[in-house]
Design a binder for this molecule. Structure first.
Ligand SMILES: Cc1cc2nc3c(=O)[nH]c(=O)nc-3n(C[C@H](O)[C@H](O)[C@H](O)COP(=O)(O)OP(=O)(O)OC[C@H]3O[C@@H](n4cnc5c(N)ncnc54)[C@H](O)[C@@H]3O)c2cc1C
Length: 452
């Protein structure tokens, strides 16, 4: 009856990972992606944190995906009256070890999708799932924007935040505006030697009190940051759709913060501005605080015939907005459960509940979605204490993050788990760091299907 065992909606970061594993297990697997190229509808670029590479799927750790720059250092600059009055760069690693990798989404997701296709999965780009085939409350397939009806045993929803299939299935509800942040990003060209000399292998954050007007009030958005790539940089910032109980005019505010930043902050005016050329300005919405609101966090991530992964399941990290590692982790678990379900001939809700329970047991996923560090920066607005300000930033983007209750706990649990599975895993991690670094130096990665 079914055209496929598994249909995966979305070839962003999570979808191809799930599809590859299902196809390798011999399941007839299809990925549909509404964009022309995988990753095109994600964001332009991002920084994927190290734990995704160390504890995510082996093929990523052992592969040569296209990365733009290893990020070995986080520089936190505290701004008052446009001047940097304090800098914290306590979070750093010597290369080739990296805290994360900056990547452009299009090539990276294309690389992931290429691996899924290589494993036997079919990929249809420029194809959107616009509706579901439902029978007696169970998901039985999708209807595409080309009018096709494609039936499957299991649907994996990897459609990210801008997709309502789980709502159509009656499993999840719309995110509330309090959970969403609007991002604005600027893409500047910068010669590689200039990025190297001005930033080296770092990314920068700029923190200030609200009167500086270089970002959202503390705790109501992402701090002004600069992500660095091979030959470009992306300054960016974001703010909640609801801030301090009101709906701010973000279309006006975000450009205004940027204008204040670029006209006042000396680091920009002296070191960066003379070397960059504006190429594009981008907007995006990401409900990164979904995990902090109990009603949003409690929404199911599975239903009859359907598993929901990554951003579509609200698994973005609430402290940093990092969602790629959780998309990879949940994709891997969803694929395992889909394979078990197809083999058992049971794709009912009662069978699929194990997906949610495994996601909850994962050392990173639940912890990282419910992490309150960024939210709690609001306390500094009330206390106005410089000591508290610096200490919270140090615990967020500084070395303090590794204290047990923050990054340290999931990290130590994951290391212990990995060592139990493979006592030699440390050697594989070192080899990965070395290879990724050499690939970057030589600008040599796996060829992509989109290249001639
Ligand atoms: C501005 C911004 C900055 C970010 N920065 C970072 C960062 O620095 N580090 C980090 O780790 N994460 C970051 N994230 C989050 C990260 O992008 C996501 O968490 C991650 O992409 C989630 O992966 P996913 O597979 O769940 O969804 P996505 O990667 O969003 O993929 C969803 C895919 O599904 C496709 N799709 C959607 N609906 C349909 C449909 N109906 N039919 C067919 N295809 C469909 C989309 O086109 C897209 O390709 C950022 C997000 C934003 C918006």
């Amino acid at each position: 009856m079914e055209d496929y065992d598994v249909i995966v909606v979305g070839a962003g970061f999570g979808g191809p990972v799930a599809a590859k594993k299902c196809a390798e297990a011999g399941l007839r697997t299809l990925i549909v992606e509404r964009a022309q190229v995988p990753g095109e509808k994600v964001v332009s670029g991002l920084v994927i944190p190290f734990y995704g590479f160390l504890f995510g799927p082996d093929f990523i750790m052992n592969g040569n995906p296209p990365v733009e720059r290893p990020i070995c250092k986080v520089v936190n600059r505290f701004v008052r009256n446009g001047k940097i009055y304090h800098t914290n760069s306590s979070l750093r690693l010597p290369s080739p070890f990296a805290l994360g990798y900056a990547a452009y989404c299009k090539p990276f997701c294309t690389w992931l999708a290429d691996r899924a296709v290589e494993a036997g999965s079919e990929l249809r780009t420029s194809t959107a799932a616009i509706d579901l085939i439902m029978e007696k409350g169970a998901v039985k397939g999708i209807i595409t924007d080309r009018g096709e009806e494609l039936r499957c045993k299991i649907l994996i929803d990897a459609g990210g935040t801008q997709n309502n299939l789980s709502i159509k299935a009656g499993i999840r509800k719309k995110y509330v505006p309090e959970a969403m942040e609007l991002y604005m990003l600027w893409d500047f060209q910068m010669a590689k030697e200039d990025v190297d000399s001005v930033f080296d292998l770092s990314m920068e954050f700029f923190h200030g009190m609200p009167e500086e007007r270089i970002g959202a009030p503390l705790g109501y958005g992402s701090t002004f940051y600069i992500f660095t790539y091979r030959e470009s940089i992306h300054p960016g910032l974001g703010q909640f759709l609801v801030t301090e109980g009101k709906v701010p005019d973000l279309a006006r505010l975000l450009p205004e913060y940027f204008e204040n930043f670029t006209s006042k902050v000396e680091r920009w005016k002296n070191d960066i501005a003379p070397k960059v050329k504006l190429r594009a300005v981008m907007w995006d919405v990401c409900p990164i605080y979904a995990g902090l609101l109990p009603d949003m966090r409690k929404m199911p991530i599975y239903g009859d015939g359907m598993l929901i992964i990554g951003d579509a399941a609200g698994l973005e990290a609430s402290a940093f907005g990092d969602g790629v590692p959780n998309a990879w982790f949940s994709a891997d678990i969803a694929a395992d459960v889909a394979i078990e379900a197809v083999r058992a001939g049971d794709t009912s809700r009662n069978f699929l509940w194990r997906y949610e329970s495994r996601v909850k047991e994962h050392p990173y996923i639940t912890y990282i979605t419910a992490d309150r560090r960024r939210w709690d920066l609001r306390n500094v607005l009330a206390s106005r204490s410089e000591r508290e300000f610096r200490s919270r930033i140090n615990d967020h983007w500084g070395i303090g993050a590794f204290r047990y209750r923050y990054v340290g706990k999931p990290l130590s649990c994951s290391i212990a788990q990995s060592l139990r599975k493979d006592p030699l895993v440390m050697a594989r991690w070192v080899e990965m760091y070395r290879r990724y670094y050499c690939n970057w130096v030589e600008n040599k990665f796996d060829k992509l299907s989109t290249e001639n």
